[in-house]
Ligand binder design. Structure first.
Ligand code: CP
Ligand code: NVA
Length: 306
């Protein structure tokens, strides 16, 4: 059987991704006691190992709780706990861990590390965020959009801010789920051109502009993220460039009246979003954070073949 890696939203077909989102909705309805029929086979002997090269609150805890609610167990490792941290190869680490556990979730500094893990592992690898993408987050975000506003297909999402890893996964999702994505960002912080090209080849409806107002105008959802992602060293330059892309009440006012505001968190109030917006009536950021848990259960159950 082909391994069900969850690496990126462009490497899994649209029907499967739709199924994962539907499962996440069902997991949420099912609550903490996941019914037997929705659990992986032999769940009680199933182990997920998680390796973190960068900090995490939501991904770490939601995967841990998700695995327990599915009936399995977890091992949480900082990469410096492993021999990997002192030079053992990724290839050997992936092959060894595959002999012990049933799935591996990796938060990596470099996307290349994730790909190398997947190349050598014989169990599913899950992308828990890299410098390039954050697909688990976007599964939760689509669940959040749909519970607030109904099916995402045909709707309009505005991304305002840095053209970063989270934006990249939104771009792939626009193709796979059939919605319009408008990205407002400074010219020098545009998303990876390779992803933009993939979107265009796959006829995604995407528009990249340097005008936050034009992106947000009439949108169903406004999304932003930190201006300085983990590992980035040019904080002052980014903050200066991104000032015109702060999401404030005036900008939110250009979106549909009942538009939602999302942010994957952690948020830096006063930079990418004002306190009024993140605490205001449009904000669904804590539903979004909760939905990471339901999304992780759906992703795990797909990877484990349930
Ligand atoms: N949104 C997200 O991935 O949060 P953490 O970095 O806390 O996992
Ligand atoms: N773009 C952010 C997302 C954090 C969840 C980062 O990579 O730090």
């Amino acid at each position: 059987m082909t391994l069900r890696h969850f690496l990126d939203l462009d490497s899994i077909d649209a029907e499967t991704l739709r199924g994962i989102v539907d499962t996440a909705h069902a997991m949420k309805r099912a609550g903490k006691r996941v019914p037997e029929a929705m659990r992986p086979n032999d769940a009680d002997t199933t182990v997920l190992v998680m390796i973190f090269e960068k900090p995490s609150t939501r991904t770490r805890v939601s995967f841990d709780v998700a695995m327990r609610q599915l009936g399995g167990q977890t091992i949480m490792l900082n990469h410096t706990d492993l021999q990997l941290g002192r030079g053992e190869s990724i290839a050997d680490t992936a092959r060894v861990l595959s002999r012990y556990v049933d799935a591996i979730m990796l938060r990596a500094n470099s996307h290349d590390t994730l790909i190398e893990f997947a190349r050598h592992a014989s169990v599913p690898i899950i992308n828990g965020l890299t410098d390039r993408s954050h697909p688990c987050q976007i599964i939760a975000d689509i669940v959040t959009f749909e519970e607030a506003k109904g099916p995402i297909t045909g709707r309009t999402v505005a991304w305002v801010g840095d053209g970063n890893n989270v934006a990249a996964s939104w771009m792939q999702a626009a193709v796979q789920f059939g919605f319009e994505l408008r990205i407002a960002c400074p010219e020098s912080l545009r998303p990876d051109p390779a992803i933009e090209k993939w979107v265009k080849v796959n006829k995604g409806r995407i528009r990249i502009t340097d005008s936050a107002t034009s992106a947000v105008n009439g949108a169903d959802c406004v999304v932003t993220d930190t201006w300085v992602s983990m590992g980035q060293k040019d904080a002052d330059r980014r903050k200066a460039l991104l000032q015109p892309f702060a999401v404030n009440e005036e900008l939110m006012g250009k979106a549909e009246e009942d538009a939602i505001f999302m942010h994957c968190l952690p948020a830096y109030r006063g930079n990418e979003v004002t306190d009024e917006v993140i605490e205001g009536p449009h904000s669904v950021v804590f539903d979004e954070a909760e939905n990471r848990l339901h999304a992780q259960k759906a992703i795990l159950s797909w990877c484990l073949g349930a």
